[in-house]
Design a protein around this ligand. Structure first.
Ligand code: SF4
Length: 203
């Protein structure tokens, strides 16, 4: 919130968006923060082989107040969840989150009561990175994607219009249970798209 929210749409706002996007994407500092095995791959991006310093991101901030990127690297236990949220709350705005690996994104193989089934239950996620563990190159690719998102983020009235368009698109989307199956095994067991009578879907 600030002056940017009050600017009317037009040339000035578009120019400001471009400048702010460039400056923000070129000055990201990640929080020093790792939860499990994925964190080893995250640490590898700091080595000369992968060299995260080329993005100016080699300074993993030791305090969340000097960080604006949270890389959730590893499964989030129920006990750790409030700590993750507290770190996020203490980070400077605007801030972004990369969910690194299947465990952080969905609980992964840990389908049990001890692990949060997706860190997006705790904090908003900007990029989901698949893999177990994702390679350091994949994390670098996620960072490049995030840079692209930041560069094209909208401000002020443009942001409101973008949020409205996204909401309309979500409302118009076909619910997953009505989507045409891409494979026989994925067909719903009941409803209008159910399989031919007499044919077992699980065969
Ligand atoms: S995704 Fe794989 S490597 Fe990453 S935390 Fe989970 S088990 Fe470990």
């Amino acid at each position: 919130m600030g002056l940017e929210e009050k600017l009317p749409a037009g040339f000035v706002l578009t120019t400001l968006e471009n400048v702010a996007g460039y400056m923000r994407k070129a000055s990201i500092w990640p929080a020093t923060f790792g939860l499990a095995c994925c964190a080893i791959e995250m640490m590898a991006v700091g080595t000369p082989d992968y060299d995260i310093a080329r993005f100016g991101m080699e300074r993993f901030a030791a305090t969340p107040r000097q960080a604006d990127l949270m890389i959730v690297a590893g499964r989030v236990s129920q006990k750790m969840a409030p700590v993750v949220r507290q770190v996020y709350d203490q980070m400077a705005n605007p801030k972004w989150v990369i969910s690194m690996g299947v465990c952080a994104s969905s609980g992964g193989m840990f389908n049990n009561y001890a692990i949060v089934q997706g860190v997006d239950h705790i904090v908003p996620v900007d990029i989901y990175l698949p893999g177990c563990p994702p390679r350091p190159e994949m994390l670098l690719n996620a960072i490049i994607e995030l840079h692209d998102q930041i560069q094209h983020s909208k401000l002020g009235v443009n942001r409101v219009a973008a949020a409205r368009a996204a909401e309309q698109a979500a409302l118009a989307a076909v619910p997953t249970h009505l989507m045409a199956p891409t494979h026989e095994h994925h067909a719903p067991l009941s409803g209008p798209l159910s399989a031919t009578p007499g044919k077992s879907l699980l065969a």
